[in-house]
Design a protein around this ligand. Structure first.
Ligand SMILES: C[S@@+](CC[C@H](N)C(=O)[O-])C[C@H]1O[C@@H](n2cnc3c(N)ncnc32)[C@H](O)[C@@H]1O
Length: 150
């Protein structure tokens, strides 16, 4: 799932990664974003792999279980990050992974630490803190996995 997918730069990349046997759920509040994403997906020849879903501001509202969730530069736009993280946690499979990144320019260290604390409260474990340009990023798993850095 690419939650808060916007125009879908990452959804299209994810669709190429999972290939024809995989599925990408692209979720956003804005129908306009989802429509534009699908036009781009058609051009990139991955439209059959991507399924869009228009969510509510406080409810993701999908049911299938996920291997992986990407929340790129969107958690700061949600009304209640803790509740949002709980929803993502419940959608992931037991060994599911959440890649969470926030824009450095809008996110103080305190704010990002609070997001991580909320994720841990929800039951996520930190497995990596990758460096992503202009971002503060954490990779989280539902179960404890040894980090590549350990
Ligand atoms: C800054 S854009 C990031 C788009 C995309 N993830 C990227 O990095 O290119 C934030 C996106 O999150 C969406 N968004 C904001 N609040 C949301 C919510 N509560 N649930 C789902 N999507 C949300 C917005 O509609 C917007 O498309």
């Amino acid at each position: 799932m690419d939650i808060g997918c916007g125009l879908g730069c990452f959804s299209i990349g994810l669709a190429k990664m999972v290939g024809e046997k995989g599925r990408v759920r692209s979720v956003d509040l804005q129908k306009g974003m989802l429509d534009r994403l699908m036009k781009r997906a058609e051009k990139a020849n991955v439209a059959d792999i991507i399924e869009t879903h228009q969510c509510f501001v406080d409810k993701i509202g999908i049911e299938e279980k996920l291997d992986f969730a990407l929340a790129f530069w969107m958690i700061h736009e949600t009304p209640d990050a803790l509740d949002f993280l709980k929803q993502i946690h419940s959608l992931l499979k037991p060994d599911g992974i959440l890649f969470l990144s926030e824009p450095r320019m809008h996110t103080s260290k305190e704010c990002f630490d609070k997001v991580i604390a909320d994720a841990q409260k929800t039951g996520f474990q930190i497995i990596k803190r990758p460096g992503i340009i202009m971002s503060k990023t954490v990779v989280l798993s539902k179960k404890k996995i040894r980090s590549c850095d350990e």
